[in-house]
Ligand binder design. Sequence first.
Ligand SMILES: [Zn+2]
Length: 221
Amino acid sequence: MKKLMHLFVLIFLVACQSNGIVLKTRNVKTLDTDFSKGRLGLEHSITLEDLEKFHGHMCDGLVVGYQALSEVFKLLYPNEPVDRTNTRIVSKSSPCLTDAAIYLTGGRYQFNTFYVFEGIQGLFVVQRIDTEKTVMVTMNQGVKPKEIDRLGSLAVKGELNSCQLDELKSMEDDFSEFLLKTNPAENFKVSELSDFQWKPVLKNDFIKTDILNKYSPLCDH
Ligand SMILES: [Zn+2]
């Protein structure tokens, strides 16, 4: 009986995977140097939860950033770890996307490997420095419920009450869950750019939208 159960579980898992359903997001494998003056070769395996600790909370934007970049890495580093000494990135300004960008690629503004530019198409433009291969990643139309963006912009203007904020959170959580259950290849498109110009800009007046409602009282019903 036990063996039969195991067989059913196995068949279920194989069926899920062939349907493109991923039960768990794949970790991002990275490559770094091994000390302050060290050689390349140290590997890490970075989970979505690791990124959450760096960012401060779990949110749909973090899942979007993590999965979009996972798709990018398949093209820039096929079957090899992401070399965080060899990657540079341009990100949209969202607090979640920028954190995903610098944590997963190792890009930093002060070393000319990261900047924020709202004018890019899509979410990120990522470049492998040794080959100069450059890709852009976008989220497919219709993947993200429009209601989340509509309520999100009201929240940024301080126009949602406490209970509406909770509703928005639950919509975002549902969207995250949907993303985590779906094969990212179905939701994100990665395309190669042949004429991309790396033009770093320094700008420090973006609004950190995820702290604007930090003193909103709790919803009492
Ligand atoms: Zn966030």
